[in-house]
Design a protein around this ligand. Sequence first.
Ligand code: CP
Length: 327
Amino acid sequence: MQPRFKGRHFITLEEWSNHEIDILLEVSKDLKYKFLHNEPTPYLLHKTAFLMFFEQSTRTRNSMEAGLAHLGGHATFLDTSMMQISHGESAKDTAIILSSYGHGIACRNCFWEVGNKYLREMAKYSSVPIMNLQDDLYHPMQALADLMTIQEVFPSTKRVKISIIWAYAKSHKKPISVPLSQILLFPRYQMDVTLAYPEGYDLPEWAIKKAHENAKAHGGTFRITHNMEEAYKDADIVIPKNWGSWVNNQSTQVIDDLLESYKSWKCTEEMIKLASPHVKYMHALPADRGNEVEDSVIDGPHSIVYQEAENRLHTAKAVMAMTMGDK
Ligand code: CP
């Protein structure tokens, strides 16, 4: 049976089957081809979406805004500090009203133990698709673009050794949503996934359990190590990125003794040399250059970060075209 996409919420990729994700990726590829060849893609003519941001963004906001314009529609950017939300208006009322004005609502809300619940509450009341632009637990738009990028570089993802590695950064206390989404998705595509982090930076136990289950169900593997070098060794792809110690410490303080004790968790040329000779370096961006990664790595021959960031546009367009479209 052909899956139905119209009207579907896009809150986590856990709610989308591999078959449905494969279709989203096919559409993304087609949209990428057409964008690069200047072919029109008027799939959402005169349709509108509201983009609600509780936090800053470069890639997510602009891939959605530009993407909807490429599809013939219009996106309205909403800084939530300028909405009645800041005076206490509920997610329910916001969702009902905005969904009566347009065809999709997308939202970024990364507040710990709030973000995902907020999106779910909107989804309960919205008559149009709710799209997750990153919450405290999930970043499905990023994970989808990551998978597209990996498939462009490795035509078969089976037995690709991919390491998601915690890295030191002090720019802000980052959500866990990127590594969490990656450990859930990549084992479903038969990759051999290693999650590496220093003590104290755990992801939630339920997510670890689910990553193991996904690996078992789909033929991937999943393991955890607290040894950074071990994670780099022979890896085909490394994703060294910071995330906050939210599970163990809910304080929003950015720099603390625990963080400072792991300054050595940096992606250096020396670490890259431990990996496979053809290793690819990925990062969702923004990167904390000099802390998470040396410039010579992120700007070097192994880096595919700009391809990864560009694919945010094509995958965002696919999600909007499929969920907000008429099919
Ligand atoms: N990767 C990502 O979500 O980037 P932005 O925070 O700039 O949207």
